[in-house]
Design a protein around this ligand. Structure first.
Ligand SMILES: Nc1ncnc2c1ncn2[C@@H]1O[C@H](COP(=O)(O)OP(=O)(O)OP(=O)(O)O)[C@@H](O)[C@H]1O
Length: 590
């Protein structure tokens, strides 16, 4: 993993009040946009008002809670950060309703899965830069045991911490999913493994804390092959229980003891963090160990505090809101988890996500000496919308250029019986067409076929001509000729060897006519013969040339031999749209 840049983010605590379940039930809760007030029916003077980031009253919808609190976090997960969404509250207050919902009124979990795939599909439509991998695990903490719900095992699973303080569960099953339907097919049966039972307060009370862990890993498809590792925890905590009212006995009472103990430890963790204690008792329960990332860790955390409005819940509501108030002070240190893919992963196109087995150490991976093929290093074909955009720009520029050319030529070319010579007009038109083709090729990022391009005049009109390989002395002569007559000059963009910059600060071009003079001025500039015969030197100059092209401003680009304002702008625009050129061949293809 690369060096982390930490950003502080407070735990976002919101409150959701469910409707009363029976019509004649009296409510002791008054909710407003960001505040909630509770009334003690035994002591009317005892009203307590709490302030939170947001309060959702009984009329709030699943969509509203998801859109406000959760959807903004999807991008964080997709961009390599950890997110934790957890529902906290007394039994029967609406945690499972909020997190899971029902088939007709889906909650946060199905909406997140749907949202992640939607986001990935949108990203893929606009850019081919990244490939994604989504895996999920599903577990419960039941009676202080970690139980795999996707692949139930005989023994409970351990919880460990890696060198970077990331919590992981060795042996936990992880399933790759490619769509919401994939998820549904796996999640349905796994949910049936969850321990649920009827208590006096809830017909389907969760007897465990359930945690769905979603890992989204994305790998860049060209150099430097960045890999972003995002994780999202979706947690439905078991509710705190007052066993005088739940009527729990036997197994239910034991379960309740475990639930209450872990929630009590959660309270201790929050107190310790708020008090700035050096030791936070995360290890005192499995729940707090697993929530280590979410509370005081690296997650962007959202705590949805569910409360029941009925008067009989007054004391639970009071305790829950006190806990929520303490939790909103906690600040997490969030960061992007990023690594770089190794050669094997690049060549096999495998996305190197971190499995729940403590991470594969780099040393253990087999070594591969193969070179990464060059085409993998190239940026992908630009997104269609970018191409369309560039094509529009190019066409606009072409129309302007066409008009200018016709104006210029009409002044220069002698009139034939008061009209422009049709042969000349045809020639201009032909050259414009060639230029158009060239620029459209550039816009669609399709390198032209074999013919080399030769600049034919000062107006930068380009023609496709097949140039036979010429001996070096011929080339020198041709260059001299072109220099004196300003007829045909090889553009550095299309020449076999790159030329360097002429202006101060840049190294001189290898233009033949100026060679002897430049040689006197600067001994470091090689003779063209040396250049043609010396691949190492060529490579060195290529690199220098490339660097200048990738970093120079439009004005500086114009200093390139035979690069006029228009082409400098084109190079600059290309760079802005598609990123830097990765080798000189890319530039030649422009
Ligand atoms: N916002 C809501 N709108 C309508 N009904 C709700 C809402 N929240 C909860 N309910 C209903 O209240 C009942 C209890 O909710 P739920 O099972 O989600 O509670 P819980 O907090 O998960 O309880 P436990 O901790 O015991 O599992 C369910 O019948 C549920 O459908």
């Amino acid at each position: 993993m690369e060096k982390k840049q930490l950003t502080r983010a407070k735990v976002n605590v919101v409150v959701r009040v469910r409707p009363t379940l029976k019509q004649d039930d009296k409510s002791c809760v008054a909710a407003e946009k960001t505040s909630v007030e509770i009334f003690n029916h035994r002591n009317i003077k005892e009203n307590i008002k709490y302030e939170f980031g947001a309060v959702y009253d009984k009329s709030s919808t699943q969509q509203q809670v998801y859109t406000d609190c959760v959807r903004p976090k999807l991008l964080k997960t997709l961009n390599g950060q950890n997110v934790s969404i957890f529902a906290y509250g007394p039994t029967g207050a609406g945690k499972t309703h909020t997190m899971l919902g029902s088939a007709t009124d889906p909650g946060i979990i199905p909406r997140v899965i749907n949202g992640i795939f939607q986001q990935i599909s949108e990203e893929s439509k606009t850019s081919k830069e990244w490939r994604h991998k989504v895996v999920f695990s599903f577990l419960e903490i039941y009676n202080e045991k970690v139980i795999d719900l996707l692949e139930p095992k005989e023994n409970d699973l351990p919880i460990r911490e890696d060198g970077e303080k990331n919590i992981f569960i060795p042996g936990l099953a992880e399933k790759e999913i490619h769509s919401f339907d994939d998820f549904k097919a796996l999640f349905g049966p796994a949910s049936n493994n969850r321990t649920v039972a009827a208590t006096k307060l809830n017909d389907r009370s969760s007897r465990s804390h359930s945690i769905l862990m979603l890992k989204v890993t994305k790998m860049q498809q060209f150099s430097p092959f960045r890999v972003l590792h995002g994780k999202m925890y979706l947690i439905d905590l078991a509710g705190s229980e007052d066993n005088r009212r739940t009527g729990n006995k036997g197994i239910r009472l034991k379960e309740s003891g475990a639930i209450n103990k872990s929630l009590f430890t959660l309270g201790e963790v929050v107190d310790a963090i708020n008090a700035g204690l050096p030791r936070i008792p995360y290890r005192n329960s499995k729940l707090t160990r697993l929530l280590q990332d979410s509370i005081g860790g690296s997650c962007h955390s959202v705590m949805i505090t569910n409360i029941a409005p009925e008067e009989r819940y007054y004391y639970d509501t009071y305790c829950t809101l006190n806990f929520a108030s303490k939790s909103k002070k906690i600040v997490n240190n969030t960061h992007v988890r990023e690594s770089t893919a190794n050669k094997i992963d690049v060549l096999t196109r495998k996305i190197p996500y971190i499995p729940e087995e403590g991470g594969v150490s780099k040393a253990k991976r087999p070594k591969l000496d193969a070179k990464i093929p060059e085409e993998i290093n190239k940026p992908p074909d630009p997104a269609p919308f970018l191409r369309t955009d560039l094509r529009r720009q190019v066409n606009k520029r072409l129309e302007k250029l066409e008009q200018n050319l016709l104006n210029q030529m009409s002044q220069m070319v002698p009139l034939k019986q008061g009209k422009l010579d049709p042969d000349v007009v045809m020639e201009i038109q032909r050259q414009i067409d060639v230029n158009k083709k060239q620029l459209v090729e550039l816009a669609s990022h399709t390198p032209p076929a074999t013919p080399k391009k030769v600049l034919t005049d000062k107006t930068n009109v380009v023609e496709n001509v097949t140039v036979p390989e010429t001996p070096i002395h011929e080339k020198k002569k041709a260059l001299k000729r072109s220099r004196s007559s300003s007829e045909v000059t090889c553009s550095p963009l299309f020449a076999k060897q790159p030329r360097l910059f002429r202006k101060k600060g840049f190294r001189s071009t290898a233009s033949a006519s100026s060679l002897s003079k430049v040689k006197q001025e600067d001994d470091r500039v090689p003779h063209p013969e040396k250049l043609f015969n010396n691949p190492e030197l060529q490579e060195k100059m290529n690199t220098e040339f490339l660097e200048k092209l990738n970093t120079c401003s439009v004005k500086e680009l114009q200093s390139l031999h035979t690069v006029g304002a228009k082409r400098a702008k084109l190079i600059h625009d290309w760079r802005e749209n598609y990123g830097v050129f990765s080798n000189v061949r890319n530039i030649k293809s422009c």
